[in-house]
Design a protein around this ligand. Sequence first.
Ligand code: ZN
Ligand code: ZN
Ligand code: FE
Length: 761
Amino acid sequence: MVQGVGFRPFVWQLATKMDLVGWVLNDSAGVTIEVQGEETAIADFVNRLRSESPPLAKIDSVESLPMAIQVESEFRIRESIEVEQGTTPIAPDVSMCDDCKQELFDETDRRFQYPFINCTNCGPRFTIVEAIPYDRPKTTMKSFPMCELCQAEYDDPSNRRFHAQPNACEKCGPAIWLLNSGAPIDEFASRTNEADTGCVLDSFQSLMKQGKIVAVKGIGGFHLVCDATNEEAVVELRKRKGRIDKPFAVMVRDADQAEPFASVSIREKQLLECRERPIVLLTKIARPVGLAESVAPENDFVGVMLPYSPLHSLLVQDVPLLMTSGNRADEPIARTNEEAKERLGRLADFFLLHDREIHVVCDDSVVRNVDNDLLPIRRSRGYAPMPIRLDDEGPSVLAVGGEIKSTFCVVKGNYAWMSQHIGDMGNAETLAAMQRNVEHFVRLFQVDPKAICADLHPGYLSGQWAEQMAKRMNVPLYRVQHHFAHVASLIAEHNLPHRQKIIGCCFDGTGYGTDQTIWGGEVLIADTVTFERFASLDPFPLPGGDSSVKRPGRIALSLLWSHQIDWSDELAPVRAMRANEMKLLRQQLERNLNCVQTSSMGRLFDAVAALIGIRQEINYEAQAAMEMEAMAASAIEHVNADYSFELFKRSLWRMNAANLLRAVCDDLSMGTLRQEVAAKFHHAVADAILKACELARDETGEQTVGLTGGVFQNVLLLRLAVQKLRQSGFQVLTHSVVPPNDGGIALGQAVVARNWLKGKN
Ligand code: ZN
Ligand code: ZN
Ligand code: FE
């Protein structure tokens, strides 16, 4: 990562300081330097290239060769050239640095309150780059010729804006303007008169005070924004967006501003303030203040982020702002001003626009903190498209991921590029966004895929698209089983030696199994070539298949039925269901009508949450499980781990929940506290993981366990499982680069498909 990060000026300064002559240039292979001087000085120079490089630079390797003496009298920065071979990473968008922040709020600075201030250490990159090498004419800044002052900074190697490609000021660069949502389309397309930034910012603040909803164009797309303390405004936004109770994220001026409503540990403060500026999922404090209830209703977590662009820093003042992606439910986030008017016109009262084009849409990233490690929930802005380095080489492959939380991955040489978050593949718009982004990645990183890889599920849109793509490109299409892909992504992230097997515990919601049933509570013995299913949750019928996932109450009753446990009247799912509906459900189960067998651990979590009475229906994925996690957290330290799964060996090991479910029902009928039941259930799942892994170790001798799948977004469970496994002597791998949920599987698919392709050739 040496382009767009101030690497050339750093080289220039270093060489000049050391009295070396020669040149440096950006090419599509990275950076090439020719340097001439005393041998010892050159050796020193090479060392310092690594040890003193700029904060955003990442050097994978330095190769040097001797050459004949050239006629040189100084050290120069040469024009970039394009080279066919090789690839150089593009930096992610980087949050505003401290130097720029200082200038932004300095009334005497010429960039005072300029919303697009940046330098070589900060600013947009990935979202404005159209092609490589990374130079201004190949970014969306090409339509803004620099004024004299900006150009002088850009040309001066001692200036911190030397070759800062998005360099701009109020005089020459992009500007913001504010429109009523009813304004004509041409006023969206371009600013009609000189907008006064100060005026726009003042108007924005008064709109917030009036409870209005404003669509704000940021770095990677649009947000819908309102005052996060104004309950009516938040409720209105929910209504317009059709979002019932899925939590919204808020942007705060600084970590202190979050403290009245969220607990912020030292480590979480660091995460909030890190360069990538992700949304950090924080736990709400008891009796939170300064946050409207409807921001994250009935949810103990709240997503919080700090401003990452100068514009955001100018917008967040005395109150936290609710910031949610500017899209209608399930559609991709809006990119152009015109698109925003069309799609968000009915959602927003006003638009705060700017005229720097967004070439690539990039949603906010989401992380959680686990014992001082970062757990990615959504890897997007700030992280994408930072490549993941792989240990082995091979042909290029494109993998298209799963169906929800879609990302794709291209591997080339020893890099894997994971895309930003694309969205849920339920509609044509998301598929189009996928297509557009794949084409962009393939061009940007000069990838020529020799195979395409998709999930095994025959119904996934991404799989159908991959099939067409493979036909058009005349390359093979590989299909990799869902949970195998999860485990492979974890192995790839940790760069284990080729063919090293691990015991992969993949617990998640839904994945198509090799036996055509729905899997999701799997213990696989796997490397990145093959897997063997060692153990799973004992399967139970899911009436209505995947369409029943929104109704945990029904799943709970199905589970009880399959384990011959009575539907007693006092159970929460029974109380919530009409008698008639219950009769139909029983008939459906008894006649095995439209029932799909599943071993999904995600569904078991939902079902137990329903039994506890947390909720019988969910409006977004993992809602019940998240609420149960929060509930269990308060009791986890002081309960006895007295629930347990039984493990039986059938064709494979099965984790059977019958006794556990009986104990849950008994406890509930005896009036045991709900948080204690929830906590005991978490212990039981962690114990089952341990038991299954010990059996796997006995049988195979493997000592390494990997924890992956969407269920491991649950920090409480993750922590318990890691503790118990380590105590038993296992080495435990968890995710810190790609998410454990389906946002991570494209990496695993790509790595497996490449191995298969290599095996074939
Ligand atoms: Zn800066
Ligand atoms: Zn300027
Ligand atoms: Fe999954």
